[in-house]
Design a protein around this ligand. Sequence first.
Ligand code: ZN
Length: 273
Amino acid sequence: MISLRKLAAATACLALLVAPTMAKDKVAKWRADSMDFAMHDASFSMYHEIGHMLVDAFELPVLGKEEDAVDALATIWLLTDDSDDDSWNALIDAADGWYYNAVKSTGLGIDDLSYSSDHSLDIQRAYAMVCMMVGAVPDVFGDTADNYNIGEDRQEECGYTFAQAYNSWQKLLQPHVVSKKRGAEISVVYEDAGDFEDYARALRKRKILEHAAELVSKQYVLPEPMTFRAKQCGEPNAFYYPGANEVVYCYEMADSMFSLYLYDILGWSGTAN
Ligand SMILES: [Zn+2]
């Protein structure tokens, strides 16, 4: 299940046991890898919420669950973003994030699986993403799909799944594509991060919100100004607020994904701080 890059990190864990003098470097590397994971997930979360924003702003029809539809759109953006050479790694990490969140909740009981949620189950979101990825670029994501035990036949069918989602979104968004003049702009705001300053710094350094804002506003004519805001929310989440024309990314989400990677994927038993 674990991606090849992660396998290398996991091997590093074992190396630590036999080489205690290297512990400091290894811990620094794990922390850096965990931050990569959190930031990759942040990109996906932003594009997911931006999907909700476009559905609302352009009054787009949605067949089926909107949550699934905007997961597909977020995946398409990351698959096709030529201006970000890290976006394919972001996809692998975002899918792994859903997968390991699901693993964590396994055995907690039906109530915790949220069958009635408007979101598909985390495990379904992981597999749906990987299906789109291998459907779009089989040569690159074939290993990822193999790690997820997606059979050869299904991987091939995923080509149709991706093409249908891609063509459907293209058709819906076509009337809103910039032809001459850009539409309203998107402002990016970073609020005080308190104890989450490390994540705020990483988000700014990697221009996660700024890059998403530029990608959307250069492609589509937004009818009204929007704001992308990073802030403390009191919960690990991300939101789109229609009334306020605002997409919010919570610093707690980065903290939660950082911990998921460090403790649940790498299996570190120390303290993160
Ligand atoms: Zn959503």
